[in-house]
Every structure is written in C-alpha cells, then in structure tokens.
Design a protein around this ligand. Sequence first.
Ligand code: TYD
Length: 139
Amino acid sequence: MSALDKVRIIELPKICDPRGNLSFAEGGRHLPFSIKRVFYIYDVPGGECRGGHAHKECSIVLIAVAGSFEVRLTDGKREMTVLLNRANRGVLIPPGVWDTMHDFTTGSVALALASHPYEEEDYIRDYDEFIEYAKSLDH
Ligand code: TYD
C-alpha cells in the first residue's frame, strides 16, 4: 500500500441555518490526528501554485473554506487530482505524498489543519529527493 492509497476525502459536518451555514472539525473525531497547527493561504494571484513538497511525518487536511482550488497528489509513481470547492469537504494528505495546489479562484482561502508543528526538517522540497525518499519507503 503506497502513501497515495491513504489519501482520503473528509466530509465535515454542515449545520445549515438561514443565518448562514457552519462547519467544524475536531481532531481525533473528524480528522485522524490531533490538530497541532493551523495555517491558511489566501490572496493567491491568478495562475499561481502553492505547495510543491512532501512531509516525512506530518499529515495535513486541506479545506477550501472559500472559493475553490485543485490539489495534485503523487507518490512518485501514480498521481491524482482533487477539486476542493466546498467549505465542508477536505482532503487528507498523509506523509510521503507530494502535493501541489493550483487553479485557485479569486478570493479563495485554503485552510490547512496539521498533525505537527512547523518543522522545516520534516519537509522534502526537492522533487528528485522526494522520488528517492519514496523509493526508500517501498523497501
Ligand atoms: P511554504 O511551505 O513554502 O508554503 P506552501 O504551503 O505554499 O507550501 O511556506 C512558506 C513560508 O512560510 C516558508 O518560509 C515557511 C513558512 N511557514 C511557517 O513558518 N510556518 C508554517 O506553518 C508554514 C506552513 C509555513
């Protein structure tokens, strides 16, 4: 089983209300980890990409809380693309998966819930290095 097989779509609760809708996420209940960090990406100029890395230990759940964008995911052999366009739907990106976010619509906001605090040593930012790392996971 490769890391890509652990990618999951996560449906979050949506409380519909004439005053506006509400969604929420609890670590360990809706997400398979405790939330140690939250970050968000916004004001993305047209045509820009974000991400372009993998993690060794950290899992991330990405949610388009406003607008939409696509997430391209690969384990170095196979790839898949997920469209995020609903505020109550996320994608679980496990460690060992390279992700790139692209095709952001104007005004979109990408919310990321992470299993680990920020540690630069946990990132693989070089794609060739990632391919070598992914091969080492196969053994
Ligand atoms: P980066 O990981 O390149 O962003 P992307 O999500 O597009 O891959 O992060 C951009 C900068 O922000 C980089 O200098 C590291 C810093 N950063 C933190 O300090 N803490 C964080 O939690 C994150 C996600 C990034």
